[in-house]
Write a protein that binds this ligand. Structure first.
Ligand SMILES: *[C@@H]1O[C@H](CO)[C@@H](O)[C@H](O)[C@H]1NC(C)=O
Ligand SMILES: *[C@@H]1O[C@H](CO)[C@@H](O)[C@H](O)[C@H]1NC(C)=O
Ligand SMILES: *[C@@H]1O[C@H](CO)[C@@H](O)[C@H](O)[C@H]1NC(C)=O
Ligand SMILES: *[C@@H]1O[C@H](CO)[C@@H](O)[C@H](O)[C@H]1NC(C)=O
Ligand SMILES: *[C@@H]1O[C@H](CO)[C@@H](O)[C@H](O)[C@H]1NC(C)=O
Ligand SMILES: *[C@@H]1O[C@H](CO)[C@@H](O)[C@H](O)[C@H]1NC(C)=O
Length: 398
């Protein structure tokens, strides 16, 4: 037998409902019977709606808890959240969790097989700039970066390597949400730093639409608006990796003769850690084992792998594809192992404009005063002033 309930209280009410109504209206007047009918319909409607809302809540809750931003990251890749299908959040860009359970070896060998997409064919795909953030904990100046990226979804991707035990609290609507990659502890000056950089590059290479690869730290800021930076990087085939030879003990002095014959002292280069590479070079850095092994073995403090490995590698394998200069400004004017740091007091239009236009360099064969796209080292104390000055100065969307 099939019971059909019609909300308007028609003739084919189920026997159970009629029974209930009889019970409820027992001894009542005829008009009470009509009222009860309406009450009953209303009651069932309300019950149905409530159940619906509860179900939607449960689904939403499960969904959000799968995607928790401050997911604890284990030291062992095997314990990381399993690789699953990309999670799509309604109303937002298709955001994929960057977590996976590949070991470094698996990751690197998979990454080098991903061919970069060709964009000349007139397809709908758009080349992206991969922004790789290498931090110990939070991206101090993230509100600046949120403004920088705002409105340019689809033209960039972010990869974030922080200490594995660090639990960030980036909200769901942050551009940094879901951008953490499986990480390992990094010790300043050791090859663990370079390992982290290769890990970042490898993760970014997995996306065939990433064409340019920028390494940034928590103390970096952008010096121009997004489209200027994007155009600057996309309109050249050269990488921006500082690379120079210098007889000083802090440069050529760090060369270890045991590196010969694979690396001759004449090939040894020094440069800034903070690179901007094209896809071919990013792939080269991730696929190289021959030279990296030598660096791991023979370049230990006071030889710093991150200051020599990529400059030397490029000089040996891709000299013509490097501009030999960096696009990340830093102040080495004071002597010492660490560059100048800048806080609240330093943040003026004059100071920032001097970084933005204060030098000359070559770009696509032309001399330009636009040499730096990013700057470091900006302290957390600079943030408040930067938020006031920078958006107006460089033209960020409000
Ligand atoms: C990731 O883990 C799943 C299940 O634990 C396993 O089937 C898969 O092979 C792993 N993937 C990689 C790349 O290790
Ligand atoms: C980059 O190189 C390709 C061929 O290797 C060339 O077609 C393209 O025009 C170059 N792009 C720029 C901006 O020089
Ligand atoms: C290094 O290169 C120089 C000049 O190219 C050469 O004279 C020298 O023999 C090389 N050294 C080694 C160890 O190969
Ligand atoms: C950069 O240096 C290499 C040598 O390492 C040289 O071959 C190349 O022409 C230089 N690039 C530019 C743009 O000057
Ligand atoms: C850069 O070049 C311009 C024009 O040639 C010149 O006026 C300026 O002084 C140069 N700036 C520096 C820092 O050398
Ligand atoms: C270089 O300068 C020349 C002359 O000013 C200009 O025509 C050309 O477009 C410039 N090239 C680039 C890549 O900006």
């Amino acid at each position: 037998m099939i019971f059909i309930y019609t909300p308007m209280g028609g003739a084919d009410q189920s026997p159970i409902l009629s029974k209930l109504k009889q019970l409820l209206t027992r001894g009542g007047f005829p008009h009470a019977q009509i009222k009860m009918d309406h009450f009953f319909d209303f009651f069932l409607l309300t019950l149905g709606l409530s159940l619906g809302i509860v179900v939607i809540y449960i689904i939403a809750f499960c969904y959000v808890s799968v995607n928790v931003p401050d997911r604890p990251i284990s030291d062992h890749h095997r314990d990381l959240p399993r690789q699953g299908p990309p999670l799509l959040r309604p109303g937002s860009e298709q955001k994929v969790s960057r977590m996976h359970n590949m070991s470094d070896d698996e990751l690197l060998s998979r990454a080098v097989l991903v061919r970069g997409m060709e964009f000349s064919g007139g397809g709908s795909a758009v080349p992206k700039v991969a922004f790789a953030f290498l931090t110990s904990r939070d991206v101090h100046l993230y509100p600046i970066w949120e403004r920088f990226f705002s409105g340019h979804r689809g033209l960039y991707s972010i990869y974030w390597h922080a200490h594995p035990s660090y639990r960030d609290s980036m909200p769901v609507d942050s551009v940094f949400y879901g951008t953490r990659i499986p990480s390992q502890k990094v010790q300043w000056g050791t090859s663990s730093m370079m390992d982290a950089e290769r890990r970042l590059l490898a993760n970014a290479l997995l996306d065939p639409t990433n064409q340019r690869f920028v390494l940034l730290s928590e103390s970096c800021i952008p010096l121009f608006d997004f489209m200027t930076v994007y155009g600057y990087l996309m309109n050249t085939n050269l990488s921006f990796q500082a690379s120079f030879d210098d007889p000083a003990w802090t440069a050529r002095g760090r060369y270890n003769p045991k590196m010969a014959p694979t690396i001759n002292v004449t090939e040894w280069r020094k440069g800034s850690q903070w690179f901007e590479l094209n896809r071919d070079v990013a792939n080269l850095v991730v696929s190289d084992r021959k030279y990296y092994r030598i660096f791991q073995e023979h370049c230990q403090p006071p030889c710093y792998v991150d200051e020599h490995y990529i400059p030397t590698l490029l000089n040996i394998l891709r000299p013509a594809s490097n501009s030999n200069r960096t696009v990340t400004w830093v102040d080495w004017s004071k002597d010492g192992p660490h560059p100048g740091k800048f806080g609240w007091d330093d943040m003026t239009d004059e100071f920032l404009n001097n970084i933005r236009f204060g030098s000359n360099c070559s770009y696509n064969g032309n001399v330009t005063s636009k040499c730096f796209l990013f700057g470091r080292k900006f302290l957390p104390s600079a943030l408040e002033q930067l938020l006031r000055i920078l958006p107006v100065l460089i033209g960020l969307d409000p």
